[in-house]
Write a protein that binds this ligand. Structure first.
Ligand SMILES: Cc1cc2nc3c(=O)[nH]c(=O)nc-3n(C[C@H](O)[C@H](O)[C@H](O)COP(=O)(O)OP(=O)(O)OC[C@H]3O[C@@H](n4cnc5c(N)ncnc54)[C@H](O)[C@@H]3O)c2cc1C
Length: 468
């Protein structure tokens, strides 16, 4: 047994350290399955103290550390580059307190988003960020990636709902930022949220609880094409209505979702929108009526309200499990996460289709349309290297097209390794240098999740790979 494994066992307990090749294979990738590298070891700590002890061991041994929640990252954020030790926080999964008077809950980093939602059920409060991966993804992972979700159109992304964090820094010290409502001085909580494990390991999170809306109406609008649906989205926002959610699914994804869940979507529809308005009961009918008018004005052939709670649940299930349903179409997928100004949605969807045709890669689309956030799902077979290369090239072109439309390469999934080279397209060299300095202030030896988020000096935007 290596001295590293011996020390890790002493730090976190013998049974919480994995080192056999068959055990390590499970941790060689995340949701970006085409990038794989086995870790040197995996540690599953049960407490913040154990996390700190593991970090100190890795520092002593000069080994990088990659934090991992549920591993649902679609950007390769958990790939253990450089033979890293994976620090998997899934055993730290307790909801520590729910404080309704102060509208706050405290959770360990490995608590799944849906687990928190269930713990809050019946209290009249909820945690607003609801990524489609919420059944698995953890609050620590949501914090590290600044996750969004269908309902963040109205309520904001994770950073707007984190009041405090406990973090283990690269030297093994344990620090707490917050909980505070309105931070004075430097907003270090804002800096840590979205830092993808490069500044510290989040071990505990104080989250904001929002009162549940008094009521909500959920609608399904059917359009002949994506352009009409996108124009309706822009017009609804322009009319001063901020729905809780506006989700778009195109024809390709509709067909497969219908086959999987039998909701009753017409498979000849070019696109559908799932729209939700919520808030005080008074006024919701008026908002709904206006939305129906605007959808019809832009060609919706049918706008239906989900009339029962199970119907609403099924509608959201169709949306949230849409990605999983694509397993019926192909063995592998690559989900991109571009964002464009809302008014450019029709243009980007057209360009995505053209890119798919040119690279001979089938692409279906879901989108948090209200945010201008597109998630083209590129379908291919990972066992065929040529298909993988074509999918990667097509994905990259899609993201470059988002930049050309005045948008960005991520709205919510983060940069990870997948988009690290594209950071040079978004930021000037001086901006990237400033980010490197901030990172170095937190982690001078650059051992926390190396090769992610912030490109090292010399990595060109033209590079197709990632730093090792
Ligand atoms: C089907 C599907 C749907 C998705 N839908 C959405 C969506 O609607 N919105 C959205 O935003 N994302 C979505 N995602 C992406 C992903 O689920 C989110 O990025 C999520 O926040 C990751 O959580 P996780 O616990 O799985 O983190 P992981 O994947 O384990 O890690 C993600 C990143 O955070 C770091 N990290 C994890 N935990 C910690 C920690 N405790 N401290 C420090 N760093 C840490 C990791 O090193 C990695 O860089 C989806 C993914 C899938 C597979």
């Amino acid at each position: 047994m290596s001295p590293l494994v011996t020390e890790l066992r002493a730090a976190a307990g013998r049974e919480n350290v994995l080192s056999a090749p068959s055990e390590l294979a499970v941790y060689d990738c995340d949701g970006l399955t085409i990038e794989r590298q086995p870790p040197r070891a995996v540690v599953l700590p049960g407490s913040t103290r154990q996390v700190a002890a593991v970090i100190r061991v890795c520092q002593r041994q000069g080994v990088p550390v990659v934090p991992r929640g549920a591993g649902t990252s679609l950007a390769g954020g958990c790939v253990p580059l450089g033979e890293a030790v994976v620090l998997a926080l899934s055993r730290m999964n307790k909801v520590l307190s729910i404080d309704l008077r102060n509208r706050m809950a405290v959770v360990e980093a490995g608590v799944a988003n849906l687990q928190l939602a269930r713990a809050l059920s019946g209290t009249g409060f909820h945690f607003a960020p609801d990524p489609s991966s919420q059944a698995a993804s953890t609050i620590g992972g949501n914090t590290a990636t600044n996750a969004g979700g269908p309902h963040t159109l109205k309520y904001g992304v994770t950073v707007n709902h984190v009041l405090g964090v406990e973090v283990v820094l690269s030297n093994g010290s344990i620090v707490q930022f917050g909980p505070v409502g309105d931070p004075a001085g430097l907003d270090l909580i804002g800096l840590l949220v979205g830092s993808e494990g490069t500044l510290g390991i989040v071990t505990k999170v104080w989250v904001r609880l929002m009162p549940n809306p008094q009521d909500f109406h959920t609608l399904r609008a059917i359009f002949a094409d994506v352009a009409d649906a996108s124009n309706a989205v822009s017009q609804i926002i322009a009319a001063g209505i901020i729905p809780a959610a506006m989700e778009l699914m195109d024809q390709g994804i509709l067909a497969v979702v219908e086959e999987a869940f039998h909701f009753g979507f017409p498979t000849d529809a070019g696109a559908i929108l799932i729209l939700e308005v919520d808030g005080p009961r008074a006024g919701l009918d008026r908002q709904q009526q206006r939305i129906v008018e605007l959808c019809r004005q832009f060609g919706a052939r049918e706008v239906l309200q989900a009339s029962t709670a199970p119907q609403r649940e099924l509608l959201w299930k169709c949306r949230k499990l849409a990605v999983a349903a694509t397993g019926r179409l192909s063995p592998s997928y690559l989900i991109e996460d571009g964002v464009v100004p809302r008014s450019r949605l029709p243009q980007i969807i057209d360009r995505i289709a053209e890119i798919g045709r040119r690279h001979q890669i089938r692409i279906v689309n879901v989108a948090h349309a209200g945010d201008g956030n597109v998630h083209p799902i590129l379908l291919f077979d990972e066992r065929d290297r040529q298909q993988v290369d074509r999918a990667l090239a097509a994905g990259r072109e899609v993201l470059e097209e988002c930049i050309a439309c005045g948008g960005s390469v991520t709205a919510e999934h983060g940069i990870g390794i997948e988009k690290i080279a594209l950071m040079g397209r978004l930021f000037a060299p001086a901006d990237l240098e400033a980010m490197r300095r901030v990172r170095q202030a937190f982690d001078p030896s650059l051992r926390l999740n190396p090769g992610k988020l912030i490109p090292p000096r010399g990595l060109s935007p033209l590079d197709r790979g990632h730093p090792q």
